[in-house]
Design a protein around this ligand. Structure first.
Ligand code: FAD
Ligand code: SF4
Length: 531
């Protein structure tokens, strides 16, 4: 039996903990659960899923007393009901899109191509329950929400996309034809820039189940000290696990505070205190300049930009991610270090900025305009976005223009670290001010609301997830900032302060776009790669 909880929805009221205590547990406000509970817990889990007030608990269809309704009425060929659909990238976005295509009445041939050999699995537990040893990495498979009749080509990387010829090229030489294709190849961990240092025994990255299994083994062996490079969400969660395992840990962060790039300096300061209070040796405004070998190919430690050294036998490079776009290099699509550009309906944009008809994009790889944020293009590496965008993309793939939907969901993200359930809604870096509306950093529980030019654009909660939905509505209706305190808990004496968010940097490395031609009929954009 497989279980996944949509933690973007979960409000932490704990009915599931009450009804299935062997499967769900609550640590303060953070919900932890067994992703593959034993059959004997089935009844309890079914009751918990039925009782969850926000229907956040998703179960494998095989666990359900009655299978979910099959496809809707089959769609006619004219409205996209048949033909060949290929999905490239068999993870969260790809798997959800496949389920929605069948739910929407798509009866044609469906092929899923993925370079991993495993069935689609859930990544968030990899930096949490899997590293602590509570959940084995092989117990993270995503529940199959419904029957998906599809050809599964797992362990088969795609190497090219021929948009005009409607073919996906595979590494084994095969070519898979399509009428419509969904690109969902996500991201991978950014490696340490010095390949020889990165290859030292004891240096890890964390993106997939194998990485998690290896890192878990290294942590379980009881290293003298763990060094973490980068204090974003992944680095901070791994630091939290290290402290939970009572391992000494040093975190080196280039920016002024942990989580700064995602949430700005005000919350960054709170996160820094949280880490230090839990015994993390946190060094901000500092970088690692070299990883050092012991002379036998093993990591011995690292040199830092402030001239100091750290001795460590495990290092985790948590410096963000790289989008898996190389296979699209000759596709003619606007695909680069920024991801694959698409419109709000998930249709890919070509190099000239024209929207394509048959190529769709979803998940971490997508870069799309969001009307709530001045139509700026954004790439979100969020579980909730991958699911929501995959659902929109799948719907649009089988709908005509008049019935297509825009992807307008407000971004939601969660993280659990140092016993705190951190959640955000909206885009916290799209802000000039922030104010604490409920609780306070001193209490360790609060809501911080972000505003941009007089309207609410985001909210971050520490152990106050129940407020998230309220602020989501405020963001959706562009409610004024600062919020009217009479409506939000009252008793708040805080004044808005500068949000101290990072400059919005545009990724530029990798390739340059040039425009050639004079006549409008011949003007074209093309990518110029450095090599
Ligand atoms: C350790 C970790 C912890 C996380 N924690 C959280 C969290 O707490 N909260 C949250 O909101 N989000 C979290 N996330 C983010 C969330 O897991 C991602 O947003 C989500 O996995 C994105 O799904 P995706 O399908 O778009 O991409 P991915 O999950 O990256 O899947 C892409 C798939 O495509 C495959 N692929 C790549 N190139 C090719 C190719 N050429 N041919 C075929 N297949 C290819 C990849 O191997 C992969 O299987 C976490 C991610 C990680 C790694
Ligand atoms: S909202 Fe649902 S999943 Fe979350 S704690 Fe409550 S019952 Fe459990």
């Amino acid at each position: 039996m497989r279980v996944v909880v949509d933690l973007t929805r979960c409000q932490g009221y704990g009915q599931c903990v009450f009804l299935a205590p062997d499967v769900f547990t609550m640590r303060d406000e953070a919900l932890l659960y067994d992703l593959q509970p034993a059959a004997e817990h089935r009844e309890h889990v079914l009751r918990a899923a039925a009782a969850c007030p926000v229907q956040a608990i998703h179960l494998d269809r095989t666990a359900l007393p009655m299978p979910p309704p099959g496809a809707q009425e089959p769609r006619s060929a004219a409205s996209g009901g048949d033909g060949r659909i290929v999905i490239v990238g068999a993870s969260l976005a790809g798997a959800r899109a496949a389920e929605v295509l069948r739910r929407e009445g798509f009866t044609g041939s469906l092929t899923m191509i993925g370079d991993e050999r495993r069935e689609p699995y859930d990544r968030p537990p990899l930096s949490k329950q899997v590293l602590t040893g509570q959940v084995p990495p092989e117990h993270t498979l995503l529940p199959r929400l419904r029957e998906v009749d599809a050809e599964l080509l797992f362990g088969t990387p795609a190497t090219g996309l021929d948009v005009a010829g409607k073919r996906v090229l595979l590494a084994d030489g095969r070519e898979i034809g399509f009428d419509r294709v969904l690109l969902a190849t996500g991201t991978r961990a950014r490696p340490w820039p010095d390949a020889a240092e990165g290859a030292l025994h004891g240096v890890y990255t964390l993106r997939d189940a194998r990485d998690a299994a290896e890192l878990r083994q290294a942590l379980a062996a009881g290293p003298r000290r763990v060094l973490i490079l980068g204090a974003g969400f992944t680095g901070s969660e791994i630091a939290s696990v290290c402290r939970e395992l009572d391992l000494p840990v040093t975190v080196v962060e280039r920016g002024p505070a942990p989580l700064f790039n995602a949430m700005g300096g005000v919350i960054g300061d709170v996160a820094a205190r949280l880490q230090r209070d839990h015994g993390v040796d946190l060094r901000c405004g500092t970088t690692v300049t070299a990883l050092e070998s012991d002379g036998n190919g093993r990591l011995r430690g690292a040199r830092l930009s402030d001239g100091s050294t750290v001795e460590a036998d495990v290092a985790v490079v948590a410096l963000g991610s790289v989008r898996n776009v190389e296979w699209l290099r000759d596709s003619g699509l606007a695909a680069g270090v920024w991801g694959v550009t698409c419109d709000a309906g998930c249709r890919a944009v070509d190099l000239n900025g024209l929207v394509t008809d048959d190529v769709f994009v979803a998940g971490d790889i997508a870069r799309f305009p969001h009307p709530l944020y001045e139509y700026q293009f954004m790439s979100l590496e969020h579980w909730g976005n991958a699911v929501a965008q995959a659902e929109i993309a799948a719907h649009n793939m089988v709908s005509d223009q008049a019935h297509r939907w825009p992807h307008l969901s407000v971004p939601v993200f969660w993280s659990s670290q140092f016993g705190v359930n951190i959640k955000s809604v909206g885009v916290p870096t799209f802000a000039d001010q922030v104010v604490f509306t409920q609780g306070s950093p001193e209490q360790g529980r609060f809501v911080a609301v972000y505003g941009y030019q007089g309207r609410i654009t985001a909210a971050v909660t520490f152990d106050q997830a129940m407020w998230l939905e309220f602020y989501q509505r405020q963001i959706e209706r562009a409610a004024p900032f600062p919020p009217d305190f009479r409506h939000v808990g009252g008793g708040v004496d805080g004044e808005p302060v500068p949000a101290r968010v990072p400059e919005r940097l545009v990724a530029a490395a990798g390739a340059t776009v040039v425009v050639t031609g004079h006549d409008p009929a011949e003007r074209r954009a093309s990518l110029v790669h450095p090599h």
